[in-house]
Design a protein around this ligand. Sequence first.
Ligand SMILES: Nc1ncnc2c1ncn2[C@@H]1O[C@H](COP(=O)(O)OP(=O)(O)OP(=O)(O)O)[C@@H](O)[C@H]1O
Ligand SMILES: O=C(O)[C@@H](O)C(=O)CO
Length: 421
Amino acid sequence: MSIILGAIADDFTGATDLANTLVKQGMRVVQVIGVPSGPPELGDAQAVVVALKSRTAPVDEAVSQSLTALDWLRSLGAKQIFFKYCSTFDSTDKGNIGPVSDALLEALNAEMAIVCPAFPTNHRTIYQGHLFVGDQLLSESPMKNHPLTPMCNSNLVDLMNKQSAHSVGLVPALAVRMGAMEIIQSLEQNTRDRHRFAVVDAETDEDLLEIGIAISDHLLITGGSGIALGLPHNYRRAGLMGTGQDAATPQVPGKKMVLAGSCSTATRAQLEYIKGRWPTYQLDMDKLTEPEEEIVKVCAWADAQPHDAPIVIYGSAEPKQVAIAQQKFGVEQSGQMMEFALSSCAKRLFKSGFRQIVVAGGETSGAVVSALEVTNLRIGSEIAPGVPWTESLGDQPMALALKSGNFGKESFFEDAFEMLS
Ligand SMILES: Nc1ncnc2c1ncn2[C@@H]1O[C@H](COP(=O)(O)OP(=O)(O)OP(=O)(O)O)[C@@H](O)[C@H]1O
Ligand SMILES: O=C(O)[C@@H](O)C(=O)CO
């Protein structure tokens, strides 16, 4: 059986975010971790989301991983391809979003594709091509301090023009607010103006639904999970899709833990909230140059905690502390040191019975889920907008929640585990 939608996500939390939106809109979705090496277990999936760890990878690697995923998704019969990136357009100076979008556009021989990271439910909106986080421009939001992808430019047309080899235009709010027909006309104008990409303004879910209708015949869609809101409706209208899946909460017994590597404002507030309620352990960057001793110590600490509350292991730190670590060890290296420590803890603690796991941060989730050798995820019920519980498929299942750094309110960790008990 052919799938309808094939998606390529540039990080693991972004992949579950997109899968969650599609499931909520009634699609049967399987999320796979990388392109499967053996025969895929996709059941009756209507959409497949491939989670990559390509957001901060070298450009060539990000492009080649994405093209491999594209080939595989096309071999499954995907009629539409979705390149999912962050709702805050996270990209390094070298910027992978442009080159990956270019490569996909060209491989699909598509005339043009939209660029729309808007996610109004989580307060990411686009107006006149500028990305806002709440009432702040992206470049004035805490995203300017991101450890790996500091975002210092809010103008998506400009950013995408710098990252892509193609010309980039705009579908302005004025057209979007007038609905799908006007959006189609604006997209056609962009094509006449020789733009191969068009940033599309979107301030509300209604905007996203209209944009969804306007791009029903696009071979490639690029954006955040918000723009997926309207796609299942298109497939239903075209007679491609029947019933959806039940997003049941995973029933996996085991000890509970949080592993946090995200340094976002939201994650730091969630950690502050939980300190004093549950046992917490902060990993010290200085001890991670020779990590084995620290990893053994934190795992022994974790095993010794009473089992009535989740334990929390985190590296997350304030921007100042992150800057000090980056000066000492380098930007990439410090990120990798923390990811290695957290993923090593995950591996060892899984063996001692921790099977209900929340991970905070996209890169961190990539490292943890890969270390745990997870291959497929079933999407379960939603904890907060953009973050579902998932269940890893295989002999030794786990309940996993992969939380995008900036998602969730203060009580997120508590809310998550309350759903399981
Ligand atoms: N104390 C620290 N010093 C330096 N780097 C750190 C520290 N703690 C965590 N990191 C690194 O910061 C990076 C955070 O990125 P990650 O993608 O995990 O979170 P995020 O960007 O907030 O989440 P998302 O991508 O879902 O929005 C990781 O590479 C992590 O290892
Ligand atoms: O779009 C978002 O903000 C998230 O799904 C994400 O990609 C975080 O890494």
